[in-house]
Design a protein around this ligand. Structure first.
Ligand code: HPA
Ligand code: ZN
Length: 338
């Protein structure tokens, strides 16, 4: 079997996905029309040409504008369902997805409307598509900590339906330490802790996330490569890094995919995974975040197996389920490896 088909077929988990970033222009137009809201684009083609970013902030401005058409429970259901259908067809068995409540509550959409639409779709995805899922509530770091604490309190009504919390949006100038209290409260609530760090921000933000916040997983974390001591610590603590190759390319975190550090990170034994981040904006869902790297960085069959196993091993699944999914990978490898 060729390497591309091998990567497409291997069972895998997605651990870094923003539901609002899976909003395809076609669905955006459909929901805008039924909600009778205007969007600043004349056609789907025009939307796609606007998706040309020089950095994280340019992307975020467009991402928040796009999310502005989501108003009703059904909209959040449709958004989530469309994503699950896409990944079910890509042999993704488990997902841990982010949603950004403040993006919606700040526009006057009720927290309950957002989360209930998402949860209904996730439940249907388990039943009808056999994709298991956990939901991560992400705080927006460009807002202040009090706002995050208000969001945490809204989330507590759904304590058992949320697996963990995250921190996303504009990284530079908004270090994890700004959110130490809300993370400590989130831990007390029994939630896992994730933090975007070291995407555009410096390696110091990754240190803060592990030493001060005590995160269970780092999202991105590319900049750890600037600091050998940090690399050592991440390996020793077996902290997962959810890497997003196509996102890094589109947001110019790397100059070119051929310069992507994923293979270097694998060779150092960092617990890295490959993920799509915001697939509707960055040109590819899970499988393209494997297959698009085969040629540019020389990803091998062993690398692909390692990435797939890491995706379950650094998930928040219980150990028996992790073992079962890794067994599924072994079965696949026995049949399909060269
Ligand atoms: N980084 C920070 N915030 C985000 C991202 C990202 O990659 N995607 C959606 N919100
Ligand atoms: Zn992200």
């Amino acid at each position: 079997m060729d390497l591309k088909r091998f990567a497409e077929g291997i069972p895998k988990a997605e651990l870094h996905l923003h539901l609002e970033g899976s909003f395809e222009p076609e669905l955006m137009f459909e929901i805008a029309a039924r909600n009778k809201v205007d969007i600043p684009y004349a056609s789907i083609e025009e939307v796609k040409t606007a998706y040309n970013f020089n950095n994280l902030q340019e992307f975020l401005d467009i991402y928040y504008a796009g999310a502005g058409v989501l108003l009703k429970k059904r909209d959040f259901y449709d958004l989530t369902w469309a994503y699950l259908e896409k990944v079910a067809a890509e042999n993704v068995k488990h997902v841990e997805v982010f949603f950004d409540p403040q993006t919606h509550t700040h526009r006057g959409v009720e927290f309950d409307v957002v989360i209930e639409g998402i949860l209904d779709a996730l439940k249907d995805g388990e039943k009808k598509l056999e994709v298991s899922s956990y939901l991560i509530m992400s705080y927006l770091r460009h807002l202040d900590e009090d706002d995050a604490i208000r969001t945490l309190k809204q989330g507590l009504a759904y304590r058992d339906e949320i697996i963990g919390v995250g921190l996303d949006s504009s990284e530079k100038g908004n270090p994890p330490s700004k959110f130490a209290e809300v993370f400590s409260m989130s831990k007390e609530a029994g939630w896992k802790l994730c933090c975007h760090a070291g995407e555009e921000g410096p390696s110091e933000y990754i240190w803060e996330a592990i030493d001060l916040i005590g995160v269970d997983r780092i999202d991105h974390g590319n900049r750890c490569l600037d600091d050998p001591k940090l690399i050592e610590r991440l390996i020793e603590m077996e902290i997962g890094l959810t890497i997003c190759p196509l996102s890094n390319d589109k947001l110019q975190v790397v100059d070119d995919l051929s310069e992507h550090p994923l293979k270097t990170m694998l060779s150092k034994n960092l617990k890295v995974t490959s993920n799509s981040d915001d697939p509707a904006y960055f040109g590819g869902y899970m499988n393209r975040n494997f297959t698009d790297l085969i040629e540019p960085i020389g990803l091998t069959e062993d690398d692909i197996i390692r990435l797939a196993k890491n995706s379950f091993e650094t998930s928040f699944l219980p150990v028996n389920k992790i073992a079962a999914y890794c067994g599924m990978i072994d079965d696949y490898v026995n049949v399909h490896a060269t």
